[in-house]
Design a protein around this ligand. Structure first.
Ligand code: SDX
Length: 436
């Protein structure tokens, strides 16, 4: 079977002992075909077993396609390289949500709708006061985004298409405001309100870096870089946090609660937390001379250490986003006069050493989107503890698009995986007086 273009087969044969079953094969437009095991338990009394879902398609989707061997990423068929080069983030949001690039009129209307939902309920600012100032911004975001459902009851009825779209626009619009508030709260500065005459990325940077004492001067190079970083992180098929959002949404939970679940899942260092971990790793390495020591540790199974920002469940080639992120890192550092940033030099040398090492070549470990993003964000003045918050900000549109697609799929039902049970078989209760 050609995994790239699928096969022409319509069924797969499963033989267990002297019994055989025919399982339907479904074909997509591109990518691997799937063997439908939906009736396997009913017909055979057996489950499939695939911890980590390395060979499991949990849904059918039309949103994002990844070819991990070729290093290809398409949003609704459009290559990420072209969107990053020619598009902007809100245009990408429209594409992910509606399935087509917007016409000029649709773009103007969509930008208007998002821009006019950027404020949050004024009482949300009191919600922040409950956190310690040194609370990790991801903890604040998980709490505050989940709390949005307490403020926007008029867009939590998931059976109403209008409310679904209002909630989607609200999430995309309010995430930058909440993220900037989490940052301002963390550093003890006053919150800055959004301004409707600024584009999405400039508005976010201003809410982060403006202070009441002086006029904020936008830097169009940095705003363009931030907008491109949002595009690169917008969606990525059925990754761990998106699968979390889909599973939460399958129970009928409101969209704000589902996105909060996605934020919590993204926080892990194996997932969205890798950008923060990668920068900390580069800072710990410090100089190119120490790279061999860290590469040696990464190859030692017993060290428990991995090169953060390297490797990927799907990409067994260069993550196309990492290439664009590296280019953006160079642009930002040049603009800011940090051309010789030691972290960037370290990252470039670490990439060179790792990609020429037999271990990384054999395991097909390449830099992923998180490897260069931290260097870029740090140079822009974003603190390390805000890196994953920015990832969550950008990924919100992907989570929302995937959630909407699931809710609008007539065949969707509550997700409920089974298990291979290897625990104790039935045994009676022993009163504590008789336990040794
Ligand atoms: C993201 O899924 C997505 O799409 C996620 C994402 C998105 O946009 O949503 O792309 C965002 O999460 C990117 C990944 C960020 N995480 C990291 O950079 C953390 C470091 N990388 C890894 O921990 C790891 O590569 C994963 C988690 C990304 C992938 O893990 P897999 O697919 O389960 O692979 P694995 O752990 O089974 O590793 C395969 C082999 C292992 O060796 P063996 O057991 O086969 O001998 O490769 C080794 C691993 O030890 N390996 C690494 C390594 N990553 C994998 N060895 C050293 N350094 C690494 N970074």
């Amino acid at each position: 079977m050609d995994a790239k273009t699928g096969s022409n087969l319509k069924t797969a044969q499963l033989t267990v002992g002297d019994k055989s079953w025919s399982l339907p094969i479904h074909q997509g437009t591109i990518g691997p075909d799937v063997i439908d095991v939906g009736k396997l338990y009913a017909e055979t009394g057996m489950f499939t077993y695939d911890p980590g879902f390395t060979s499991t398609a949990a849904c059918e989707s039309k949103i994002t396609y990844i070819d991990g061997d070729e290093g290809i990423l398409l949003y609704r068929g459009v290559p990420i390289e072209q969107l990053a080069e020619h598009g902007d983030f809100l245009e990408t949001c429209y594409l992910l949500l509606y399935g087509e690039l917007p016409t000029p009129a649709q773009k103007t209307d969509f930008d208007y709708r998002v821009t006019r939902h950027t404020m949050v309920h004024e009482q949300m600012s009191r919600f922040f006061q409950g956190f310690r100032r040194d609370a990790h911004p991801m903890a604040v975001m998980t709490g505050c985004v989940g709390a949005l459902s307490a403020f926007y009851h008029d867009s939590t009825d998931i059976s109403d298409p209008h409310q679904r779209m209002v909630a989607s626009i609200r999430m995309i619009a309010k995430m930058p405001t909440l993220a900037a508030m989490a940052y301002k709260y963390n550093i003890g500065q006053p919150f800055v309100y959004p301004k409707n005459d600024l584009d999405y990325a400039t508005n976010f940077l201003r809410m982060c870096f403006a202070v009441p004492c002086e006029e904020y001067k936008p830097n169009p190079v940095l705003a363009r870089a931030m907008d491109r970083i949002f595009i690169l992180h917008a969606d990525h098929e059925q990754n761990a946090s998106t699968s979390t959002v889909r599973l939460a949404g399958s129970t009928g939970a409101n969209p704000f609660a589902c996105i909060a679940a996605g934020i919590a899942a993204l926080w892990g260092p194996a997932h969205g937390g890798a950008n923060e971990a990668a920068l900390k790793m580069l800072a710990e390495i410090g100089t190119p001379e120490r790279i061999p020591e860290f590469v040696k540790r990464a190859k030692d199974k017993n060290s428990g250490f991995r090169l953060m920002g390297f490797g990927h469940r799907v990409y067994k080639n260069y993550d196309p986003r990492a290439k664009i992120m590296q280019k953006t890192a160079h642009e930002v550092l040049s603009e800011l006069g940090h051309r010789d940033d030691p972290l960037l030099q370290c990252a470039i040398e670490l990439e060179r050493v790792a990609l020429s090492d037999e271990y990384f070549i054999e395991k097909k470990l390449y830099p992923n989107v998180d490897f260069y993003s931290g260097i870029t964000l740090k140079a822009m003045g974003i603190p390390v503890n805000m890196f994953t918050v920015l990832f969550a900000l950008a990924r919100t549109v992907g989570w929302i698009a995937q959630w909407k697609e699931m809710i609008e799929d007539p065949s969707q039902r509550i997700g409920r995986p089974r298990q291979l049970f290897s625990g104790a078989t039935r045994r009676d209760y022993i009163p504590i007086s008789r336990r040794k």
